[in-house]
Design a protein around this ligand. Structure first.
Ligand code: HEC
Length: 164
């Protein structure tokens, strides 16, 4: 008879077990939803970065030594870093995927890699991760942290950099 009328202790254990299983299920759903949310955010950021890179969202840049800002169309990254057929396409180095994050010699300096922080610093000041100043042909930009991270996400997380 005992299998039809489990002891109170056994049924408590069964409920506790069921509760734990349901709790774990709920937790894993929550974590999965959060991961999906995070990657959707990163995708949106890269998409915004792409628009800035190709000039669909304006950026403010200036040439060192010139007090006034560049006309927005001249500050477009793809003018110098893209391969979309523009005349100056090969003017600046290519920036795809691992080029920024891999440890490599840049401008004759010691091996270095960009991080989001050193990338933003370089866009604003021209000082690269090895503390070397890049040429004045590359404009210096006035951008906030979000704009900078959007560009970073686009350049480091997508494989189509430079193709329009
Ligand atoms: C007018 C041309 C021009 C524009 C516009 C321009 N760049 Fe550059 N960029 C250059 C040149 C030239 C260099 C190489 C500088 C050097 O090596 O001293 C460079 C270098 C860089 C580097 C360093 C790459 C490395 O491996 O060290 C990064 C990163 C970069 N540019 C990002 C950008 C981004 C992002 C934009 C737009 C916000 C942009 N550039 C707009 C010309 C340009």
């Amino acid at each position: 008879m005992s299998q039809f009328h489990p002891s109170p202790a056994r049924s408590r254990a069964a409920w506790t077990f069921l509760g734990a299983v349901l709790g774990l299920l709920a937790l894993s759903c929550l974590l999965r939803a959060e991961a999906a949310g995070t990657s959707a955010l990163a995708d949106a950021s890269a998409a915004t970065g792409r628009r800035m890179f190709f000039g669909d969202a304006a950026l403010q840049g200036a040439i060192v030594g010139h007090p006034e800002a560049l006309p927005p169309r001249l500050a477009v990254c793809a003018n110098c870093h893209g391969d979309g057929g523009a005349a100056a396409a090969s003017f600046g180095p290519r920036l795809e995927g691992t080029r920024l994050t891999e440890v490599r010699g840049r401008r004759g300096g010691p091996p270095s890699a960009f991080s989001p922080v050193s990338f933003c610093r370089m866009l604003r000041t021209g000082v690269d991760p090895a503390s070397i100043l890049i040429t004045r042909q590359m404009p210096r930009y006035t951008l906030d942290d979000k704009q900078c991270l959007d560009l970073w996400h686009y350049l480091t997380e997508t494989s189509d950099v430079g193709s329009n």
